[in-house]
Design a protein around this ligand. Sequence first.
Ligand code: ARG
Length: 467
Amino acid sequence: MAQESKQKLWGGRFSKGSAVLLDRFNASIPFDYKLWKYDINGSLAHSFMLHKIGILDSDELESIHQGLKQIALEIENGEFEFKLEDEDIHMAIESALINKIGDVGKKLHTARSRNDQVALDFRLYVKDKIKGLQGRIIELMSVLLDLASRHTESIMPGMTHLQHAQPINFGFHLVCWSENLRRDFKRLQSSYERNDYLPLGVGALAGTPYGNDREFLAKTLGFSAPTLNAMDSVSDRDFALDLLYDIAMLLMHISRFAEELVLWSTCEFGFVSISDSYATGSSIMPQKKNPDVPELLRAKSGRAYGNLISLLTTMKALPFAYNKDTQEDKEVVFNSVENAEISLEILKEVMQTLKINTRAMEQAAKKGHLCATDLADYLVREAKIPFREAHHITGQIVAMAEEKGCDISELSLDEVMSFNDRIKVDVLEVLSLKNSMNARTSLGGTASKNTKDQIEYLKEWIKNVRN
Ligand code: ARG
């Protein structure tokens, strides 16, 4: 016969203790101990509510509070023993309370179920973590924008299909990154608001006969309002899925930034150099400096997608209301949250210490005939040639430069003028990278002045969300 573990809080109708293997398989305490603070805060609020509706007298309330606070202190100091046979954080804390204060502790679970309790704890965790991620996003954006402010004149090749396309400045590129992050911030915000409803006080699935004051609970625990329907409150995990999706998107963005850092730090690009403190060496090739950090950042998105798909699949076809399947919601969310937190932190530090090689950027911009569009625009504007024809003539000029192995900006004036007699000396102006960049003044364009406006706008936006 398999070994049996100790009697459970729910063990009244059972004649045998549970198998040790059941404890190992069934327990969530190895991971949901991370919810301890939320569980204690939930219990503090719940006991206040029980006092308010006349279930606990003042002495009982006081004794429960003392007990819970002691438990919190013990956990904080690492003196609390989390035991597998307690099954989950909710029962671990409740058992400890009963051990400490005796029979009064047994009243705490009145008008409450672990189903609404776990729904509450997990929502409190998710709300807390959303705020933390938003703060980290803002910090990263601030670093990117400070860097951008210093590089609104630093010309680099803007690319499409990873081929040189038109000259832009490095600051403009960083504003593009920042906009991705701003959407991530807003996405988290809307997830927060959509899910800011209190599930506690609905009991197992159908409500309670005690007249729970859920408005009071919502206010005490900082929710916008209580949930409307008891069954929905205990079965819904949309709040966790919303966060998993938000993080998948955030880490997808970060993987794109990371890919650019990997590319830019190759010998072929040489646009940036990652600080020694954030790079690693090779165990065999002494000359190497590897971009492990951006590579790992690039990989984290994979896990985040997996976590999202994992929980979506767990939730699919679950009958209403609570099912134990949902216990599997926590590890994936913890994993995504912790990866997102450290990713944002380390990317911020990498960017703070990144060396920018503006010379290499500018040299690169001199390859690939980046001013070709400007030349075609010149033919349209100054020589009154229809755009299609101008495009064709410019193509021929590019072909000549290719043949000579130079950039169109390096052809002589005579050579350029030989293609059409309406081309004048002032064509040289449009063949300058700087002029080309600064000509792009349409709203959102790359001209240094426009880039500065965009940076200012975002800095102002940050100031507003910080307040
Ligand atoms: N550990 C459980 C979970 O994470 C808590 C809820 C258990 N409820 C129940 N009726 N067995 O989902």
